[in-house]
Design a protein around this ligand. Structure first.
Ligand SMILES: Nc1nc2c(ncn2[C@@H]2O[C@H](COP(=O)(O)OP(=O)(O)OP(=O)(O)O)[C@@H](O)[C@H]2O)c(=O)[nH]1
Length: 201
């Protein structure tokens, strides 16, 4: 164990349209609750949760950004140092899915090229209101080299899995990078082909 009270520290930033459920996902994971009447996020919010994975303490710094356009210049400044981005849309809102290419341009422009991005379709408890088919989202995510997961912050579906699998993936990448750096300098894109689900089975 290091001097600090953790073995790994990762910064995760949630982005996506207003109202898709970013704050609710963070509150569900960090506090185990679904807040009633959650108001819109103003600027950026910050929470910490430490988890243990395979005996290692992982401190997750989770940044919840406002989806509203008027906060975009503030939220963009948080991309750069992110280890992972959770790009969220609402499966009951076609519009939030259609905006994804716009979000990808933001990522391209402001995030680190090594950032791990997960696409999340939230609100799967609202089955009858679904507007975006899972297959369509999966295809989109794959084409863009993103991981994909569907969640419900309300019913706590896949929320733990989202953050824990992501933490696992980040640990794998960190270990691989230090290994690669010790042996030879990495080629661009090297070390990016670890399967999201396989690294922590
Ligand atoms: N049914 C259902 N409603 C949800 C879920 N997650 C969030 N909501 C609702 O969606 C609305 C918006 O949730 P927020 O978490 O504030 O959304 P946000 O993406 O953080 O919004 P901004 O802060 O404006 O960017 C709220 O009324 C939530 O109660 C979910 O999984 N299921």
């Amino acid at each position: 164990m290091s001097m600090e009270d953790y073995d790994h520290l990762f910064k995760i930033v949630l982005i996506g349209n207003a109202g898709v459920g970013k704050t609710c996902l963070v509150r569900r994971f960090t506090q185990g609750l679904f807040p009633p009447g959650q108001g819109a996020t103003i600027g950026v919010d910050f929470m910490i949760k430490t988890v243990e994975i395979n005996g290692e303490k992982v401190k997750l710094q989770i940044w919840d950004t406002a989806g509203q356009e008027r906060f975009r210049s503030i939220t963009q400044s948080y991309y750069r140092s992110a280890n992972a981005l959770i790009l969220t849309y609402d499966i009951t809102c076609e519009d939030s899915f259609r905006c994804l290419p716009e979000w990808l341009r933001e990522i391209e422009q402001y995030a680190n090229s090594k950032v791990v991005t997960v696409l999340v379709g939230n609100k799967i408890d609202l089955t009858e209101k679904r507007e975006v088919l899972r297959e369509r989202a999966e295809e989109f995510a794959e084409a863009q080299g993103m991981l994909y997961l569907e969640t419900s912050a309300k019913e706590s579906d896949n929320v733990e899995k989202l953050f824990l699998d992501l933490a696992c993936r980040l640990i794998c990448e960190a270990k691989q990078n230090s290994l690669v750096n010790n042996v030879t300098s990495p080629m661009p894109g090297e070390g990016k082909n670890i399967s999201y689900l396989n690294c922590c089975s």
